[in-house]
Design a protein around this ligand. Structure first.
Ligand SMILES: [Zn+2]
Ligand SMILES: [Zn+2]
Length: 350
């Protein structure tokens, strides 16, 4: 194949690299008329955090002190205590926080519709939020998302498959939400779906393909810090997010989450995610003799490519809508990067 020289490129304001897409040569060029949306990953360090955990203030088995201490002692950078319809005030635990461990205020705003649980976490909230009920399931979801936004908190919608409460059809109709639990460590929430009902990763792709900008988070939803740690119990340490934030403080972490500058994990750690014009690199922080497989997924949940390399690299060759990566290790643990959206390249001078 003939080597085609790089297309002329012009650096313009706001860091946009614009390639002329109107020249006659463009049809035969290797350079596709699309690119990844530019995005700034601020900060160097990944901050590990869990945004969903319970204490004895609701249905957890341990007081806030014990719960916060567990996460601090296990290397987490931040934690949200999210009791059902109770505000567990981080100020009462200030003796546990320092420059390495942050507590962010939260609540699991817990409503229901027609017997189905409708649970929405509110992150970085100023005080208790009263759960709202409404005429339909979608309206109930929306009302609680709105209640969290009204106090400038950040909502995330929890465990849709818990009691098979709702799915992609309902989630697609909700507005003002950016974060969805795609993995929840509680053993009864049916992350993987079944019996004809989609799992959460499939739901995520349905939403993304339909044009909803939604990012996937993984959480513990831990209740059990005492007694046996077992698969049928709701123990901590199973799922988390690693966030690349501009600063180690609540607002910066919230901003990074809502911009998709994080990955979700059940055990695989990443050292870097690099988004270029047409290139997505996923750098895996390997451990021991574990082996890794990375799958790049696009619109419709289509597998675009599979890599066993590190870094795993995806080269953009056309309009695939979005690209996200799922890295699985040889023990079954997973890391999910957030979708990077594909956009058409604006014509020069337009
Ligand atoms: Zn819940
Ligand atoms: Zn919960």
């Amino acid at each position: 194949m003939t080597q085609i020289p790089p297309r002329p490129a012009t650096l313009v304001a706001a860091g946009l690299l614009v390639v002329a897409a109107c020249s006659p040569a463009s049809e035969s060029s290797d350079v596709p008329p699309v690119r990844f949306e530019p995005g700034d990953y601020a900060g160097d360090a990944w901050l590990k955090g869990n945004t969903h955990t319970h204490t004895t203030n609701s249905d957890g088995d341990s007081p806030p002190e014990v719960v916060a201490r567990w996460y601090r002692d296990h290397g987490y950078d931040f934690l949200v205590l999210s009791d059902h319809n109770v505000f567990t005030d981080p100020a009462t635990l200030s003796h546990l926080t320092d420059s390495t461990f942050l507590l962010i205020a939260g609540e699991e705003v817990s409503s229901r519709f027609d017997g189905k649980p409708v649970h929405v976490n509110g992150l970085n909230i100023p005080g208790v939020i009263e759960a709202r009920e409404a005429e339909t399931l979608v309206a109930t979801l929306q009302a609680n998302v709105d209640a969290i936004r009204e106090v400038e908190g950040v909502p995330h919608i929890n465990h849709p498959n818990f009691r098979w409460a709702f799915g992609a059809e309902e989630l697609a109709q909700v507005e003002g939400d950016r974060l969805l639990e795609i993995h929840n460590g509680e053993p009864n929430v049916h992350n993987h779906g079944g019996g004809g009902t989609p799992g959460m990763e499939e739901v995520w792709d349905i939403l993304l393909t339909g044009g909803k900008r939604i990012y996937g988070i993984a959480v513990d939803d831990a209740h059990h810090f005492q007694g046996e740690f077992a698969p049928d119990r709701s123990n901590p340490g199973r799922a988390w997010v690693a966030v690349r934030a501009a600063a180690r403080e609540p607002h910066a972490i919230m901003t990074a989450l809502e911009a998709g500058h994080f990955y979700a994990s059940t055990g695989v750690e990443l050292s870097d995610v690099v988004v270029g014009e047409r290139r997505l690199e996923v750098h895996i922080a390997t451990r021991g003799d574990f082996r890794y497989t990375t799958v790049f997924v696009g619109a419709g949940g289509e597998v675009l490519s599979t890599s066993v390399a590190n870094p795993a690299v995806y080269e953009l060759t056309g309009d695939v809508g979005y690209v996200r990566a799922r890295v699985t290790d040889s023990g079954g643990a997973v890391a999910w990067t957030q979708p990077v959206f594909v956009e058409a390249i604006p014509l020069e001078g337009s």
